[in-house]
Design a binder for this molecule. Sequence first.
Ligand SMILES: *Cc1c(COP(=O)(O)O)cnc(C)c1O
Length: 453
Amino acid sequence: MRHDESRALYDRALSVIPGGVNSSVRATRPYPFFIERGDGAHVVDADGNRYLDYVMGYGPLLYGHDMPEPVRAAVQSHASDGPMYGAPTEVEVELAEFVARHVPSVEMTRFVNSGTEATVSAVRLARGYTGRDKIVVMQGGYHGAQESTLVEGGPDSSRPSSPGIPASFAEHTIPVPFNDVEAAERVFEERGDEIAAVLTEPILANTGIVLPVDGYHERLRELTEDHGALLIFDEVITGFRVGGLQCAQGRFGVTPDVTTFGKIVGGGFPVGAIGGRAEILEEFTPSGDVFQSGTFSGHPVTMAAGYEYLKYAAENDVYEHVNRLGERLRTGIADIVADQAPSYTVVGTDSMFKTVFTREGPDSGDVGGAGEDSHVCDAGCRQDESCARYDYCPKNGADVANAETERWERIFWQEMKEKGIFLTANQFESQFVSYSHTDEDVEETLEAYKEAL
Ligand SMILES: *Cc1c(COP(=O)(O)O)cnc(C)c1O
């Protein structure tokens, strides 16, 4: 595979763009391939190489690179009519109505321009609504490039995880380990009346894909309710992917007060959104006092793309298709892993999948020596306590960070790329099946995993 054009483009980019990229995860080693165009489930790079794509823009592209016809038509018409005005349009109302109809906890939605902006606004809203400053977040959780959540350390030792953030900001953020009920209880016992909100992804999806253990979100719901704090689900990645149109909250049956969205809800265009109960959302200006505004917010092209995207999913077998292929991939990879790398853990749900190169694990696929009868989650870790692999499954961000992350990045990812399979370049980011992927694509992918693992 030749990469001369990509190499030359990267060389130019390094002179004028910091690190040569506009989002840090794109700086793959030794240099990224530059994409010329998409084609269904594939991308073609500047040297004409074709890759089967499971990055899918890091989440937004539910349909792959070809827009369904109604999406294309709506995008083109709104782009040529405007493209934007600084005054409201009908399509913003249509999308907000659609979200309220399908997502259990949402009555009202404010649209913004990125997932980051959504979580920034949600944190401000929670602080304004409760009159409290502290936010509880999950270690290893991701809420975008925002000051309140770029923290590391434990509940009593939080510090900024990036230069440029005052240490005094991190004092207001309390990181706890995901899936650790006692840690959350302790924090509420000690500081419950200072906590504005718990902000968590329903599934840690930027850290290897970690599902909640039984009862975890239910307990967070009780704790927040008992202490007058809000529960905020960051569904930027799980929204309209896990659990279909009802999102992960519908699937888990836990109703947050506020939800943040992004990625799929903009149909491939820049987007974020904050949804929730009217009584809370109306605290935003101009109905309330918590400042929130944006030149491009509710952009008609984005709103049209998002609305047509979701309508198409409501009217076609989109989730059945992507979830079925996701299941086939996870089951197939789990079989390969059992043979070739039994310490590794297949993770994911619905149309998300990843293989975490966990270091600890049973030394054969015959977990616990129980033979054929031993129960394991065969399509990826479900955090099922009766599963023979349960103790080896990553439960939080630290477990994923302890995996063989360098092996993924320096060897496995590179080999898959050479085989024409484009995966997310580090151990932490999820991979996605789109409506454009086929059963043949899954077969090809499993063959490549078999050779590269
Ligand atoms: C992607 C993501 C964000 C950030 O969204 P951007 O649009 O990249 O700013 C926030 N939270 C979660 C859970 C995400 O997956």
